[in-house]
Every structure is written in C-alpha cells, then in structure tokens.
Design a binder for this molecule. Sequence first.
Ligand code: SF4
Length: 933
Amino acid sequence: MSTEVKTTTCYMCACRCGIRAHLRDGELRYIDGNPEHPLNKGVICAKGASGIMKQRSPARLTRPLRRRAGAERGAGEFEPISWDEAFAILEQRLAKIRATDPKQLAFFTGRDQMQALTGLFARQFGTPNYAAHGGFCSVNMAAGMIYTIGGSFWEFGGPDLERAKLFVMLGTAEDHHSNPLKIAISEFKRRGGRFVSVNPVRTGYSAIADEWVPIRPGTDGALLLALIHEIVALGLYDREFVARYSNGGHLVIGAPGTGRDGLIATDAAADPVNPQYPQNQLWWDRHSGRAVPSHAEDADPALFGEFALADGTRVKPAFQLLAERVEPCTPEWAEGLTGIPAATIRRLAHELGITARDERIELPIAWTDCWGKEHESVTGRPVAFHAMRGLAAHSNGFHTTRALAILMSLLGTIDRPGGFRHRAPFPRAIPPAAKPPRGPQDVRPDTPLASLALGWPASPEDLSLDEAGGPLRIDKAFSWEYPLAVHGLMHNVIGNAWRGDPYPIDTLVIFMANMAWNSSMNTLEARRMLNDRKPCGEHRIPFLVVCDAFQSEMTAFADLVLPDTTYLERHDAMSLLDRPISEFDGPVDAVRVPVLAPAGECKPFQEVLVELASRLKLPAFVHADGARKFRDYPDFIVRYETEPGSGLGFLAGWRGADGTKSMIGEPNPRQWEMYAANNCVFHHKLAPSYRYMRNWNRGYMEWAQRTRMRRDGDPILVHLYSEVLQRFRLAAQGLRPGRQPPPQLRARVEKYFDPLPFWYAPLEAQASDAVEFPLAAVTQRPMAMYHSWDSQNAWLRQIHAHNYLFVNPATARASGVQDGGWIRVESPWGRVRCSARFSEAVEPGTVWTWNAIGKAPGAWALAPDANEAREGFLLNHLISDMLSGGISNSDPVTGQAGWYDVRVRISPAAPEAQRSAPEFAALRPYPGMARAR
Ligand code: SF4
C-alpha cells in the first residue's frame, strides 16, 4: 500500500484555496486544506472537503458527444464521437467563420478561471463576441469601484480586518473570498471589532454580525447617499485625504449648453503630459485665492465654493458639487426608500465618521508620494467595508457602487491600514488602458483583433459601434445601450442571437455556464430559443458547442458536447494576467496540477483551445511557417510571453532559465515542477513602503512599471466626480463632437451618465405595479453549493436537496400562506409553485430562496423524481431579461443583469398541488455516463 499527498488548488468554488489531496494506491481518499497556503492557511469548507464526491459523480461526461440526427435540442440524445471527429468538426466550421466574418463566432464562458487564455483565443480568432460571466454576476461592483478608486473587492481588493475597528458589509454572499474572509472576520470579532451587516436577509455573514440592518433590495444607493450626506454635514470626512488624493478639489466648469460644461478645468497653455492623468487640471488655491495647477507645491485646494477663472469661466470644486448632490439625501428621505429608520442611519453615519476620525492608525513606515512629498509614516482609518452582488445585481447598481466607493474615500480608507486595501495587479488607471474594438475596421477576416475584446471605455470614441452607430457585438456591450459593459452581457446572448439583433450568428460556444437553467433570466424562454428553428428548418442559432465536465440542463441543448476534466485532473494557471489571488502585501498567483488521471476521454478545455488555436493557425500559437508553437497547455503556460522576449507570461513565479527570477524573466522549462514543489502558489511580498497608498505611492508605481503592472507612474486620483461619465452625457446632449447616441437613446444616456452618483428605482421597479406585486424576491447562493455545480455531489446533497421560499411570518399570514405550505409565486413574467417557510430573518417586504438547488428532472444524473426536481424550484422562471417596451433588464451604464429587481406576489397553491412547478420532461443519461447509484 502506498500513500501520497499532492498539493493543488481547490475549485469547488471560485475562491482558490490551497488543498492537499491524499491518495492511497493512486486513489483519492480525502481532501483537506493546505496549512502552508497563504490564502486559506489550512482552512477548508464543506464544499472543498467534498471534492472527492464530485470526482465520483455519475454526472461526469466522459466522451465527446454529437446530437443525434433528428433529435431535438434539449432532449439530450447524443451519440459518442472521437476527439478527432470533434476537432475536425470544429476546425472546419471555425476556419470558415474566421475566413469570412469572425464575429459569427460567439464565445462565452462561465465562472472559469482562465480568462487570460479564453480572451487571448477570442482576440487571436478575431471575434469581438467574447466575454465571461461578469456581466450577469457583479460587473457593477467591478466597474463602479474601478471607475472611482481604480480597484474593487474580492480578487481586486478587500477590507483590512487585521486593523479595522468597524466593519460594514453590504449584500455579500459567502462564496466571495470565502475562507479567507471567514478567517479574517473571526479574528476581527475576537479582537473586539464591531461588525454591521446591511442585507435584506440575515443569513451567512449577517447571522454573525453584531448588528443586522435590514434593507429593501435595490435601495442601498439611497442609504449610501444619506450616509454621505451626514458625513459631509457633520464635517466628518477626511479633508486632507480628499484634498490630496481625490479629484474633490478639481475645478468643474459650469457652462450649461456648451461642450465644456461639467468638464474639469485645465490650463490650456500647459502640457497635459498624460491624457489618462492630465497634469494641467486646476485647483482653487485657498492660500493665494487663485486657480493653480492641481498639486502645485504648497497649494491647498478649496473644496467648497464657486469661483471665476481669469477668462470668466465659472467653476466649482468637484466636492462642492458632491455636497450639493447629497444635500437633499437626508436620512428621512432614505428611510422612506430603504425602510431603515432615519435615526439608525444617523447613528451609523456618526459611528463611521467618529471611528475613522478618532481611532487613527499610524504605522512607522516612511514612503514618498507621486508628487515627491516624503511621509514619515503610513496613516489609516479603521473603518472597512465589503460588498458584492447584493449591491451590484440591480439595474441601479453602478451608481450604488460609486456611492459606496465615494463614502469609503470620504472616510479616507482607500489603500490604507484598517480600511480598503488593493490586491495586485490593482490599482489600475481610471479607467484602465485596455479598450475594446471600436468598429468594423477592427474586425477583419483571418486577422486577430488589434485589442482585447473587452476593455474600459474612457469616452464615446472607445465604444464598439458598427457603421450606423449600432452595436458591434452580439450582446450589445459597449454600444450606446450599455456603454461601460466592461464584462460583456452574457445574459443577452441567446436572446439577441435568436432575434438576429443586431445580427444572426453561426456558432455559439459556451464553456461551463448553465445558460439553459440558472444562468439565464426567463429560463423557459431561453430554452425555447435554443431549440427554435427558422422556416427553412435550420436552428436560429445554427451550431451550439458546450464544454463542461458534467451533464447539465445546458449540455442537453448542445450540438457538440466536449467533456472537460475536473479541477483534480488538470493543469490550471490563476494568472496575474487575469484574476489572481493576490494578498494585500503583494502579488500571488497559483496553479493546479493534476492529482488524478482524466476520467474516460475527458480533455481539459485549455488543451482544446491550444489545439484548436494551433490547427486554425492563430498567430500567437504558431511560428511564421505555420508550425505549431506549443506542444500542449502546460507547454503554452511555460513558454508564452506577452511579446517576444518580454519575460512576462502567465505565471510570475520561478521564471528565468533556472527559476531564480520572479515577476519578469525568461521562460523556465521547470516552472510547473517548481510551483508543485512550493504548494502550487507563488507569493511576492512587496517592500513595506510599497504596500499602502498605492494609488499615489511613487516607490510602488516604479516597481509596478518595472514589472509591467502599470504603463505609467502617474498617480490614480479617486474620481469623486467622473469626467468619463460626463463625456458620455455631453455626447447625449449633442454638445460634444464625435460619436453621439441615436435619438431614441439620448435621454437614457443623458440621465444615467451622471458624473455624480444618484439613486433611482431599478428599471423593473419603475415598470412594475407595486400594489399587484408588492414583494421583492431575491436569491442567495447557499454556503454548501456553488451555483448549479453541486447537486450531483452526494455529500453536499445531504445539506440541501430542495429549497423553500422564505417569507416573513407577517407577510405570509397576510397572504394566507402556511409555514411549510405549497404556494404560488407570480411575477409579471411567470409563475412557479414551491413550498414556503416562515423566517424572521428576512425583512417583511422581501422573500428569498437559495439559488440553483432546483433542477430539471434527470439533470446532473439525479433520479427523475429527486427532491431537487420534485420539491426544488428555480426563481429564474420569474425573472425576465427584457422589460416592457423592449428595455433590457440591465443596468443602463454597465449592462449588469438586474437579478434582484423582480417583484412578486404570493398565494396558497391548490391543496392537491404537492410538487414544484413548472415541470419538465426527464433527461436521460448520455452515452459514457456512469449509472447513478
Ligand atoms: S472556499 Fe471555495 S475554494 Fe475554498 S475550500 Fe471552500 S470550495 Fe474550496
């Protein structure tokens, strides 16, 4: 008998904890946390420990499959084919598309961790129609924060709970930075920190908070604006921080009706030097009483007032405009919207401001800022926040997130001890430099895109528009409908492709996303569209390729199924070029290495992409003579460089010929081996003087330029006022030369591209009848399952095999609903039947349930009458991707899906109804699947 322990990285959710796989005679016996891993320090959750049952799941796909001739999509009737056949089908189809119209390939991926590779493939192929899951996940959290402070939560940054005294969490599920955050919260509470959770539901993190503040979904923006109102009114903002490190002192031009209105005033005679950070913008100096270049030596900007420049131009500091904006946002105003008593809002604001002001932190770390001023110490404010999809997944979430970032900034907590801290490669410029393709000239046959498919528009010139000013992309990202859709709009792809709006496509490749179930709004409609045909008999989406490790509702619709490996069977790189697992003190990247051989004929999707890219002769994957460059995915990861000789690749550790370099260095053929010998993780610790104030830290900026994390060393000022948004607004007002929105979108762009945050009711709430549909309905991911991944897991199913709709008892009784009784839940878009449970842990105007526990019968290799299908239900049947009048149920700035905006009513179901609805025909196992036990 031989025993062996191999380290790798978990993928039972997206948090990337280090794990140890314990094997006996080559067989996996159990999994535990790796104590030497910087992220989870040995902690493992129920999901992580249950990876062994995922490995043994009867839902595993083991062979490439082709839909049987004549079978309907969705029926799951397949015949096995060889990989050679599968590659030949793909190569032939994709080569033709690439040679004619590359955007006919739409390539969308779910919660994968290889976007640096999938994005590279799409760019090299030449299609702009690429994105991952962000648009229907938390793009508002990414965009709202990054367009304001140059960083965001989770992979991008987080709360420094080691030094915080007060921690406020808004709308966060347990699986974002799960184990690390749990460890940090437990230590924070032991140290006596106070934890306040703002959430409509008191579960998970909220259940262990010192104070739960229930709030109506979609109203967080109103709360945040009221908190800002109080902080400004009480003078509890960090004036020094705001003045030096934000654009609060920058002068904004007030010239209504002109193209200068709302732009930041500049000295036209001075050189802006860097358009990303114009160095000729102006402050009003309080000492000299005149306009001076921002950050001029010894100047101190006025934050309040109105002034006239030498040429008579009227200007106000951005902070003055912010103060005017929040002036009417009183706690009483917010109480009416949020349901939180005004006195509570006042108390919270006071506590935030006083804690930040009076509990100042000082660390004896000398540093120099970007303007050359030397600081003897790093100071901080011990107030930390964390927020995620609860704030983001509303059609007003972008401005809500901006309001949060501004509140954090006014308290002086950005990249300072005790507050918010960045994680490399953040902070990024505002906005980051990458831009999407601008028009048809950038999408040409047999040619890679000049840029990545996704990027960060800084003005209307950066939008992706066709010749007529319409959308260039199938999901309409970066069009005038969703100008800052920086993560794409995966939730729009099936509907748009079905409608042929803006154009039909030929092939849709979906990797690891359950778009026929829990990842689509209005699931019934998405399923119908996937199977719908044109009058000629051809499907409206002609060819559908799905790659996944497990049989699911989505794989049943594929024309071609590619069986992926599990996370225990493959190499993976969690790269600094993508979303790594960095710590506050420096960059961290990680890998997975195979601890088991692939089941059956499974092939890692990474291998599929490298193989396809080589066959299609995509330039980055072949030599000049067309010969393939990379043997396989591990070889690609080791030898790929962003440019020839750049020394910058997917992995930052153990670079250089002998593995002695890091961050930058020539490829190391033994790099995988070295990661494997070092817990599969590389951690570069920054010098202490580079760890804080990184937006404005000269030493850090120089290091970041050397390691190519930043293109320039200019400071990244917090954008209290967003000139980027104002540029779009001026275009909508017809006051800016260049690209302008079409007439039907002018008012929309003008309204939502407000340079200052504001609260508006989510689009769905604006259109719904609040009397007919009086309740907000939201979902949460359960701690024990990650989206739809875990219903095939025999251990985790023992925790959840069906879900209830949780209802406050007062709400339930008013509707005649019994605890445990079967009920009807109706929205303007659909109805479901499910059972109800009373819960005091939800505010009375909201009902909620766990996401993705309900399954289609037979899906995920469950028995057709499994609890998941019989008693579980999916709230998605009540949510629509489109609202009345053809308006998408998405944030008008970013395209974020408005998952949490749906309004419903509840009533008792007919007494004979004792199972969930709608019901579906049972799926049968596919060839190559094991028999379910
Ligand atoms: S939190 Fe996620 S990554 Fe960490 S052990 Fe649990 S499932 Fe694995």
